[in-house]
Design a protein around this ligand. Structure first.
Ligand SMILES: NC(=O)c1ccc[n+]([C@@H]2O[C@H](COP(=O)([O-])OP(=O)(O)OC[C@H]3O[C@@H](n4cnc5c(N)ncnc54)[C@H](OP(=O)(O)O)[C@@H]3O)[C@@H](O)[C@H]2O)c1
Length: 339
């Protein structure tokens, strides 16, 4: 099998997980460079890696560049993404800088692998909370056509990156030890608390924070449903890994909870745990570090016709970011789009 020269940009929570997943899945690597803002040696899993400062020359002779750097003007994707494409690399980006760019496919390989055919050398991986939502919605949409979605998310702090995991841990220690609780990353204390604010307020959707807007727009793009009725409230909770979502879905046609369970159980990348009488449903602690998206509490909402409630839990760092990114590369190799 052909092997590829790979670059990874960013070695925070997502980047480090990409390194582990590439090894676990025996990704066909000839050589790998790891790039970040500054040079150092870093231990990831059992291995020590040399980290180089990212420069445009770093992308010379690179076949596949996984981007897991910070978003925004000073972030890696805006600084180097398209220049890496010009140098011949296929860029697969975790950040939100180009997800809604009409040139760029936004891909979950189990859902819309056909979107990869039109790639301009740059592909985006969706937002973590969108990936797990759409993984569960897509097979149900195929069977009964979705009319409207209302999602409330309960999102872990690893979604904000390494600094936020440290903040939850240090605040929890401070509370237990009776010390002052210090805040740097979040606008509120996160230990023993939660708050309905993820991202920045937007002018386009007054009153909604960025994560809520991403959920709406990215879901529509991935499902090829530009007018899908969907509304989101995203909440940060004191959980380290895995996001949870309470989802209310109205369909055009009748879909029983039993049929929804069967459809989801036979869909790739999804597992159903749904025995409420035994208190069996997915929770973040059990789903953390797993690759599948888990669905439970599948039940009818009898307040309107053709409506179900679902509870969806997925590891935001695995399927919500690093795994999906690596799967995009695997799918592109399978389709002969990277050679
Ligand atoms: N965490 C999640 O659940 C999640 C899910 C989906 C998508 N994402 C996206 O994935 C990306 C990475 O997230 P994360 O949580 O891993 O962040 P993180 O823990 O804050 O790590 C960011 C990494 O990016 C590097 N970096 C930042 N600016 C750079 C630049 N200009 N050039 C090169 N490297 C740069 C940093 O380098 P240093 O180490 O040298 O500082 C660091 O290694 C973000 O775009 C995020 O929005 C995250």
């Amino acid at each position: 099998m052909k092997k590829f020269n790979v670059a990874l940009v960013g070695v925070g929570v997502v980047g480090a997980e990409i390194v582990k997943i590439l090894r676990e899945r025996n990704f066909p690597i000839r050589e790998m460079k790891i790039l970040a803002t500054r040079a150092r040696t870093e231990k990831i899993g059992d291995h020590q890696y040399e980290i180089e400062p990212a420069k445009i020359e770093s992308f010379q002779d690179i076949d596949i560049a996984f981007f897991a750097g910070t978003e925004g003007a000073k972030g890696a994707s805006r600084q180097f993404g398209w220049q890496a494409v010009e140098k011949g690399a296929i860029v697969i980006d975790n950040g939100d800088d180009y997800r809604l760019d009409s040139r760029v496919p936004l891909v979950i390989p189990e859902v819309n692998p056909h979107h990869l055919k039109e790639h301009p050398g740059f592909v985006s991986s969706p937002n973590c909370s969108t990936i797990q939502l759409v993984m569960a919605l897509a097979p149900l949409h195929q069977r009964a056509k979705i009319k409207r979605v209302i999602v409330s998310s309960y999102q872990s702090v690893s979604g904000t990156g390494r600094a936020a995991i440290d903040e939850l841990q240090s605040q929890t220690r401070a509370i237990v030890e009776g010390k002052e609780v210090l805040r740097e990353v979040y606008p509120h204390q996160i230990a023993l608390n939660l708050f309905p604010e993820i991202g920045s307020l937007t002018d386009e959707f007054p009153g909604y924070y960025g994560e809520e807007v991403k959920t709406v727009k990215e879901t529509r793009k991935i499902l090829d449903e530009p007018h899908l009725a969907i509304s989101a409230t995203c909440v940060r909770v004191p959980v380290i890994f895995a996001h949870s979502e309470a989802v209310n879905v109205q369909f055009e046609e009748k879909l029983s909870p039993r049929e929804a369970r069967e459809i989801l159980n036979s869909s790739p990348g999804i597992k159903v745990i749904d025995q409420p009488e035994k208190s069996l449903y997915p929770t973040p602690v059990e789903v953390a570090r797993k690759d599948d998206v888990y669905v439970g509490r599948i039940r009818e909402d009898s307040s309107i016709p053709n409506c179900l409630n679902l509870w969806i839990v997925g590891d935001n760092i695995r399927k919500g970011a690093a795994l999906n990114t690596v799967q995009i590369a695997e799918e592109m190799i399978k389709q002969g789009l990277i050679s």
